[in-house]
Ligand binder design. Structure first.
Ligand code: COA
Length: 167
């Protein structure tokens, strides 16, 4: 008898903006978890270019129609949000060795604050190893072609922000 996968994974991030690397990770995670909540953080160590509302709207539009995927914004501590969501898994993507130190630190800190919550890492698909939200924004700002690196909804907002025509 088939059982329903009720495991919820919370995939937190700044998503300023969401890239196709993030989308790829969400889709792969969906083959493991019943629900993936893409949780857009208000409180991060970064200064965002897009407001929380804009980041949530872009991600929501880009992932609309993906079964088992929910997009939400959150404020405050991640572990508190994960508990409120009734989840026990924090999902993070690892691109290169350079990601490891920060991810390890964050996972251990979150574990210290909530031992019942586990952080699960998925390797980013090699196709997306070199991209980040920052590098995509930088290329877009300088007039580079970022088609194929971000969802259409994000491409439209980036062009609008930098006063460019849609390619
Ligand atoms: N494809 C493409 N890019 C990827 C990627 C992938 N699969 N995985 C990561 N990245 C990039 C992101 O684009 C981002 O690029 P940027 O630095 O240029 O913006 C970078 O890698 C990592 O960003 P992200 O995954 O969004 O994580 P973050 O470091 O911005 O997020 C939070 C940190 C939101 C998880 C953390 O600040 C948090 O939990 N905040 C809530 C408050 C809290 O609880 N703090 C205590 C934590 S211990």
């Amino acid at each position: 008898m088939a059982t329903r996968n009720t495991c919820i994974a919370v995939y937190p991030g700044t998503f300023d903006p969401l890239t196709n690397g993030h989308v790829s990770l969400v889709r792969r995670a969906r083959s493991i978890f019943g629900t993936v909540v893409l949780a857009v953080a208000k409180d991060t160590h970064k200064t965002s270019m897009f407001s929380l509302r804009e980041r949530v709207a872009m991600a929501g539009e880009a992932l609309a129609g993906e079964r088992g995927v929910v997009v939400e914004g959150f404020e405050g501590l991640l572990v508190d949000y994960v508990k409120r969501r009734g989840a026990k898994v924090i999902l993070r993507g690892l691109r290169a060795v350079s990601d490891f130190d920060f991810e390890f630190q964050m996972a251990l800190m979150n574990r210290r604050m909530a031992r019942e919550i586990e952080t699960v890492f998925l390797m980013t698909d090699f196709k997306w190893l070199y991209i980040s939200s920052t590098i995509v924004k930088e290329a877009a700002r300088a007039g580079g072609d970022i088609r194929g690196l971000v969802p259409d909804a994000v491409l439209a907002r980036l062009c609008e922000r930098f006063g460019r025509e849609l390619p």
